[in-house]
Design a binder for this molecule. Structure first.
Ligand code: PLP
Length: 388
């Protein structure tokens, strides 16, 4: 695919590459949509002589189209698609060996915390949760055995912004890799490799798929050796997405930019309502000038995203009632798709972090602002507040 002109980020913009990169018109029929290639095995012209594909777990044309497109959008040399965000995360963590140490930003998706604390740690890997807004704490936490510093930004669910460039300067003085989970921002809003990260990971289940109909994960890296190692693990472990999943993810990806432009604008209207509402004790949104990560967000993000969290002044029970009272915002886990969602992280997505350093406040609600009519979104929340 080296001759695919649409992979060239110097020549083509984000939206053009989202639609064309890695997705040449079908050479036999001219079809403009990448075919769903279902074959599990590929004919060889002589033993070991094939046209780039041998076996479906190792490589698949529809998956390759997705991998090349997303790598181009992240500004990465290599991309690997996985069956879920968690399997992408797990595959990266399989590079750790007993005695190695990992630093985890102290606000992260509950499933990442659960994987590290319940699956990876019992295999002899040490880990420390660190507030990565405090660079001195990070410096103090990094050990000679630290192999990975893992962070999200903005974080799930507190929308904390970590300064990728400042953190990467510290991490790059050690043996560790800086891994950034870019699920909340997407490559449209933020490209962590440009700011010094070694690895980018995604749950493509969220904004990239964008329609709540496909689970997937993705990893992007520049380093050739690291890419080969991860490709070995991708094949060796086998947590690969189906061709149909890859097709659906590519289909969603084509509209990522235009969806996010509108979702960010809708989020700003929701933030305006929440910021002025007496029932809200705090609004967590990096676009607010008073947000502690606002300046870092301005430096590393194109816009501030469509995830909004807020704290309900009357506490946990009122927060739970509010989450159940909305009509346009659906009470559900997950995020990033066309429909707006509301959830209570402490009892839902982040339940596994209860009692840990990553525990989230129980008066917190998280919104994923979607593409419905903005006035309906604002009205829906206003009406729900009236019912408190
Ligand atoms: C920030 C983040 N990373 C990773 C994941 C895991 O992805 P998946 O659900 O696709 O396995 C999630 C899921 O919510 C997430 O929010």
């Amino acid at each position: 695919m080296a001759d695919d002109q649409f992979l060239d980020s110097q020549r083509y913009g984000f939206e053009t590459r989202a639609i064309r990169a890695g997705q040449p018109h079908d050479p036999t029929t001219g079809a403009v949509v990448t075919p769903i290639s279902m074959a599990t095995t590929f004919a060889q012209e002589g033993v070991g002589r094939h046209r780039g594909y041998e076996y479906g777990r190792t490589g698949n044309p529809t998956r390759r189209a997705l991998e090349e497109c997303l790598a181009s959008l992240e500004g990465a040399d290599h991309g690997l698609a996985f069956a879920s965000g968690m399997s992408a995360t797990d595959t990266i963590l399989r590079r750790l060996r007993p005695g190695d140490h990992l630093v985890l930003g102290d606000d992260a998706y509950g499933g990442t915390f659960r994987l590290i604390s319940k699956v990876i740690a019992p295999m002899g890997i040490e880990w420390t949760a660190v507030d990565l807004t405090d660079l001195a704490s990070l410096e103090a936490a990094v050990r000679p055995t630290t192999r990975i510093v893992w962070m999200e930004t903005p974080t799930n669910p507190l929308l904390t912004v970590f300064d990728i460039e400042a953190i990467s300067r510290i991490v790059r003085r050690s043996e560790a890799l800086l891994v950034v989970d870019n699920t909340f921002a997407t490559p449209y809003l933020q490209q962590p490799l440009r700011h010094g990260a070694h690895v980018v990971v995604h749950s493509t289940t969220k904004y990239i798929g964008g329609h709540s109909d496909v689970v997937g994960g993705f990893v992007a890296v520049d380093d050739d050796e690291l890419a080969a190692d991860l490709a070995f693990l991708q094949n060796g472990v086998g947590a690969v997405p189906s061709p149909f999943d890859c097709y659906l993810t590519l289909r969603g990806l084509k509209t990522l930019g235009v969806r996010l432009d509108r979702q960010c604008a809708n989020a700003e209207a929701v933030v305006e309502l929440l910021s002025a509402h007496p029932a809200v004790s705090a609004v967590l949104y990096p676009g607010l000038a008073g947000h502690p990560g606002h300046d870092a967000a301005r430096r590393q993000m194109r816009a501030f995203g469509a995830m909004v969290s807020f704290r309900v002044a009357a506490g946990r029970d009122a927060a739970m009632r509010l989450a159940a009272a909305t009509q346009v915002f659906t009470l559900a886990e997950s995020l990033g798709a066309v429909e707006s969602l509301i959830e209570h992280p402490a009892a839902m997505t982040h339940l596994s972090a209860a009692g840990s350093a990553l525990e989230v406040p129980d008066d917190l609600l998280r919104l994923s602002v979607g593409l419905e009519t903005v006035d309906d979104l604002v009205q829906d929340l206003s009406t729900a507040f009236e019912q408190l």
